[in-house]
Design a protein around this ligand. Sequence first.
Ligand SMILES: [Zn+2]
Length: 111
Amino acid sequence: MIQFNCKCGGAMSVPDSMAGQVEKCPDCGRDVSAPSAPVKFRRSFGEQVSGVLAFLFILLALPVGVMVGDLFADGVGFVVGIGVCILFISAAAVQSAITNVLLYLRTIANN
Ligand SMILES: [Zn+2]
């Protein structure tokens, strides 16, 4: 849905498929052309950083798990390594979940 305003201030909205087409204002009857594309919310800098961090966590999960596991005796090291690996992936999942919730809330707040 594309939302925009007529020159008279009347609120108008058309489906995305009507982008760029002329529509009559329900308030004053003036022909108004709909914006060519729906306005998308840009991700804030914080959200972009958060996304990169989540990616890094996933990327580092295995090598860090192996590295930390090596610090311990064989049997324990394996368990600790897997634990660290899972911890990193969970951190990434939690982080991207928080980012998505924030983005969702912001979209609601703006509508
Ligand atoms: Zn109007």
